[in-house]
Design a protein around this ligand. Structure first.
Ligand code: FAD
Length: 549
């Protein structure tokens, strides 16, 4: 790790804040940076003195990079992280799967980047500081929470043992899997946890091996076990291996039991450089969520809201998506530009996402750590068949995370108008395209994260009256920005040129087509012809911001 974060001077904790974030882990710090970016200042109370240590998240998805990109944290992440697109699985000594995730040259980021969680926290913190208006108090623990109709009173304790009370208009619980806020509100996570355990070891060793996700089932080095391996920056390897049911977890993490297994594995794959262990821990998968993420003026995000298995890498990635979904909504509500029902859509959308992530995570866990003999037999059969039958190999393909669709969101345009043959529907993430801007080649998703955007597909610079009216009617955080995507001509500060034809094609656009995009890059509505009488962009925005049931 690099330098320590800025530690606060001995100044009192403020007594009144607009938004208090409990927990300065990756989700809390990212949310703080995003809120500041939308013009809302906040106080972050973090129990630890610094960024996390030890074996935590390493695989960051393209969507997470996009979200972190809204506050400029993508640049250090991409500079430091190791991009990858695929992986290999072996059964005994033989390769049974070589997969690649969808990776189009139009994309701005690799499908996955490996980087230690402490770097993610560091870069999110730097982004929050850069954005201004974020007060992070390290070594400050939230102890008590008293919600009421107009806000929340929070008691916290600083390093010197002093207790402070803070009144917050809104409290966001980002305080992780053992959330104090959840406990204070008497809320329970629902779901199940698996018995199967994995030892998680991080080691330092020089290597030139390609960056990919590697899995061995029943390898000669550790018969009966499953081993996962990921490269990280700074010559660090993450090695996870399955512990047999009869093994005592306390014994399983003792170095005298761990190191010979790691050595046997490194010998098997021909990694001969000297190595040393950094961290050893034990893990079992959990599939748990709160049924609702909004409780009056208290909101939940990240591990405080849901716990998903590490297989499929959806924990932190979904927590960052929570932050991306919540930040713009909370900013609009806090600034009085939207009714607080907008925050219920945060809960609806992200609980749906958690349930989908849990369903995928459970399937992956049943394969990686079979919960009983039946699953173990099925896995054995799939692996044996995969040796000879390529069609079966998809069964052992790890399902990596992708953005969840909110097709039933209350924010979506209620009557989607003229049918489109192609292109994303309301509630889907807006697809990527490479475009020419007046500053050079860029990406369409770089337009998001900064308020509502209307993508207007037209070669004519004149905006239809209804679009111009919608733009004139809104300001501040609720402002609507129009970006014209033309198929010809020269781009300027308000238009981009689709010189490769990717945007027009993937949005199924014709002259005059308009897409309304939410600040978090999701389609909210679309119109085949913006000049037609049926353009009700104003109504769609009004309904989302004010009139939700
Ligand atoms: C071995 C392992 C590997 C993983 N790999 C991946 C991966 O590759 N990809 C992925 O997406 N996810 C992965 N995850 C999951 C990921 O680490 C978590 O989902 C992520 O840390 C959640 O972030 P968070 O900010 O919600 O919670 P946390 O990271 O737990 O942060 C919560 C913060 O709140 C603070 N806190 C707690 N209580 C209080 C309190 N009372 N007052 C103030 N502060 C408090 C804590 O100190 C902490 O800093 C992995 C997890 C593990 C264990």
């Amino acid at each position: 790790m690099t330098t320590q974060p800025f530690l606060p001077a001995n100044v009192p904790v403020p007594a009144n804040v607009a938004v208090l974030i409990a927990g300065g882990g990756p989700v809390g710090l990212t949310l703080a940076a995003l809120l500041a970016h939308h013009g809302v200042s906040c106080l972050v109370l973090e129990a630890d003195a610094s960024w996390c240590e030890g074996s935590r998240a390493i695989c960051l998805s393209r969507r997470s990079l996009e979200i972190l990109g809204w506050v400029g944290a993508d640049r250090p992440l991409c500079a430091k992280g190791l991009p990858w697109i695929g992986g290999r699985s072996y059964f005994r000594g033989t390769e049974v799967l070589h997969f690649e995730m969808p990776s189009d040259p139009a994309e701005r980021f690799a499908p996955m980047v490996n980087i230690q969680q402490y770097y993610i926290e560091q870069y999110a913190h730097a982004a929050a500081v850069r954005a201004g208006g974020v007060d992070v108090r390290w070594s400050t623990r939230v102890n008590a929470v008293r919600p009421h109709a107009y806000g929340v009173d929070v008691d916290c304790q600083t390093e010197n043992g002093r207790t402070h009370s803070v009144h917050a208009d809104w409290l966001v619980a980002c305080d992780g899997g053992r959330s104090t806020v959840r406990e204070q509100l008497g809320l329970q996570l629902e779901g199940m946890q698996y018995e199967g355990r994995y030892v998680i070891v991080d080691i330092e060793q020089d290597t030139r091996r390609q960056v990919e996700r590697l899995a061995w089932f029943d390898p000669p080095s550790n018969p009966g076990s499953t081993i996962l391996m990921h490269r990280q920056p700074d010559n660090i390897w993450r090695i996870d291996y399955q512990v047999a049911d009869h093994e005592d977890p306390a014994e399983a993490v003792k170095p005298e039991n761990v190191l010979p297994r790691v050595q046997a594995h490194l010998d098997m794959i021909g990694e001969t450089a000297p190595w040393k262990p950094l961290w050893i821990s034990i893990y079992n998968a959990k599939c748990l969520t709160l049924p609702r993420y909004r409780h009056g003026r208290v909101l939940f995000a990240g591990d405080a809201a849901h716990l998903v298995p590490i297989f499929g890498v959806r924990g932190l990635n979904s927590g960052l998506d929570d932050a991306g979904n919540l930040a713009w909504k909370l900013a609009l509500v806090q600034q009085g530009r939207a009714g607080d029902a907008l925050l219920d859509s945060y809960s609806d959308e992200r609980v749906l996402a958690a349930r989908e992530n849990i369903a995928f995570g459970a399937k992956s866990t049943e394969f990686m750590a079979p919960p009983h003999h039946g699953f173990a037999l099925l896995r054995q059969a799939a692996l044996r068949l995969a040796l000879v039958e390529p069609a079966v190999r998809s069964l052992i393909n790890p399902r990596q995370t992708s953005p969840v669709e909110y097709l039933d969101s209350t924010l979506n345009q209620p009557d989607p108008g003229t049918a489109f043959a192609d292109g994303p529907r309301a509630g889907m993430p807006a697809p990527e395209a490479r475009l020419r801007t007046w500053q050079g080649m860029g990406h369409l998703t770089e337009l998001f994260g900064n308020g509502f955007v209307a993508l207007y597909f037209s070669n004519d610079p004149q905006l239809p009256n209804a679009v111009q009216r919608a733009v004139d009617a809104r300001s501040g955080a609720a402002a609507l920005r129009v970006v014209r995507i033309s198929a010809e001509g020269t781009p300027d500060s308000r238009s981009v040129l689709d010189e490769l034809g990717q945007a027009w094609q993937c949005y199924g656009a014709m002259q005059g087509t308009l897409y309304l995009i939410r600040p978090d890059g999701y389609v909210m509505g679309r119109w085949r012809e913006a000049a037609s009488r049926s353009l009700d962009i104003d109504r769609v925005l009004e309904r989302a911001l004010k009139d939700l049931p």
